[in-house]
Ligand binder design. Structure first.
Ligand SMILES: *Cc1c(COP(=O)(O)O)cnc(C)c1O
Length: 404
């Protein structure tokens, strides 16, 4: 009999089987280290899927959480609260935005962005301007609207009828957008770096081209920065490094450093599209989430901290390149900041999940991005020691992979 009162088998017994989690159960962590039920140590290159930007059990976040927890958790949006106003001010002062709205997840943020775009077009141009252009392989979340905007039919096709008026075109293909956009288009939604789709950065000229096309056609440019935001690429938001400013930006994942919160950023002009009663959420902007996010943002939105992300990017890429010189498994190592994808050579296509399973056996948590890409999205403050230890384990896992 197991010495634990809850075990991995309970997942199969009690949980709706939409995931297949690893065979171990993590129970505690510190920085980029995690321990499972049996005390086995893992280095965390997954970062809770680009969420735990400050690592596990971060002292400052703990303090913000506990302090707020002793005061006020929730009031509902019939009342505002101090932490949410402070967080909103921080975001407005640090970005293109004049106004923000808070929700609880990335999908909810994109849902709000898309609803805003449809509503703005209706208010200003009347019925008929409601089409949305999105990209093949994009990922925008799992609500029906966002999964329909996403460009992976396997996630949406079984839930029809789907919301209409969404056109998908190839990513980084400006001509395809030109051929599709019209006076009926109300928005283009795009990830500056496709995350789930394989860690594929947008070409700068592509994003600038989208900006120009949106301006010509009175369409809103929505950047889905749920994965790329909050320091992930070495900039507070990826749009800042591209020099292309969206009209609406969705943010979530790392915003709360592990505490669920999402939001949208926009300008005064577009904020008018969502007046009193037009949209909402029970938990969005609650004091607890806002207090933690405010602390996370104040730590991350700092030049020295963001410079540290760039330094760690170089450490990751050089370590991965070295491993690849030895083992020759990757055809490409790409990405920006601490969102890095390693594309498997064609002879190993489809085996990214096998590699991440082997890595877990070696004591390393790593992600995949589709069947052919091993992805890392670690804490932005991961230490040099943790990087080196994780790379040794990855090296061992890949050696075992090649031997099989
Ligand atoms: C993770 C992700 C989402 C969905 O966020 P949830 O919090 O899971 O709803 C949306 N867009 C992008 C780019 C993401 O990476």
């Amino acid at each position: 009999m197991s010495k634990h009162t809850t075990v991995r088998e309970d997942f199969d017994r009690y949980m709706i089987p939409m995931y297949s989690p690893a065979s171990f159960i993590p129970v505690s962590g510190e920085g980029s280290s995690i321990y499972d039920q049996d005390g086995k140590h893992y280095i965390d290159f997954a970062g809770g899927i680009a969420v735990n930007a400050l690592g596990h059990a971060n002292r400052d976040l703990q303090q913000a959480l506990v302090e707020q927890a002793s005061k006020l958790w929730h009031t509902g949006n019939g009342y505002t609260n101090e932490p949410v106003l402070a967080l909103a001010k921080q975001l407005v002062e640090s970005t293109f935005a004049d106004k923000v709205f808070f929700c609880n997840s990335g999908a909810e943020a994109n849902e709000a962005s898309l609803k805003l775009a449809r509503k703005y077009a209706l208010d200003h141009f009347g019925e008929g301007k409601n089409e949305i252009i999105a990209f093949n392989n994009a990922f925008h979340g799992r609500t029906l609207f966002t999964v329909s905007a996403g460009g992976q039919p396997k996630y949406s096709q079984d839930f029809s009828p789907l919301p209409g008026g969404i056109h998908h075109v190839p990513f980084n293909d400006l001509d395809a957008v030109k051929a599709t956009i019209s006076h009926k288009t109300c928005a283009i939604i795009v990830e500056p770096v496709q995350g789930e789709g394989g860690v594929i950065p947008a070409d700068p000229a592509f994003l600038q081209g989208l900006r120009d096309l949106c301006d010509e056609h009175n369409a809103l440019l929505i950047f889905d920065e749920v994965q790329t935001g909050i320091g992930r690429t070495g900039h507070l938001y990826a749009y800042m490094s591209y020099g292309v400013t969206p009209d609406v930006l969705s943010t979530a994942k790392a915003l709360g450093g592990g505490f669920p919160i999402g939001g949208i950023l926009t300008t005064d002009k577009y904020a008018t599209a969502l007046p009193i009663g037009s949209h909402g959420t029970t938990y969005g902007g609650n004091p607890l989430a806002s207090a933690v996010a405010g602390k996370a943002l104040s730590i991350i939105n700092d030049d020295a901290f963001l410079q540290g992300v760039a330094t760690r990017h170089d450490q990751f890429v050089s370590a991965l390149t070295k491993i690849n010189q030895d083992l020759d498994v990757f055809s490409d190592i790409r990405g920006s900041g601490l969102l890095i994808g390693c594309e498997l050579k064609s002879e190993y296509a489809g085996q990214a999940k096998t590699i991440s399973n082997l890595a877990a056996e070696e004591g390393l948590m790593a992600l995949i991005a589709g069947p052919n890409v091993v992805r890392v999205a670690p804490a932005l403050n991961i230490s040099t020691d943790e990087i080196e230890q994780g790379m040794q384990r990855l090296h061992s896992a890949l050696k075992r992979f090649l031997k099989r």
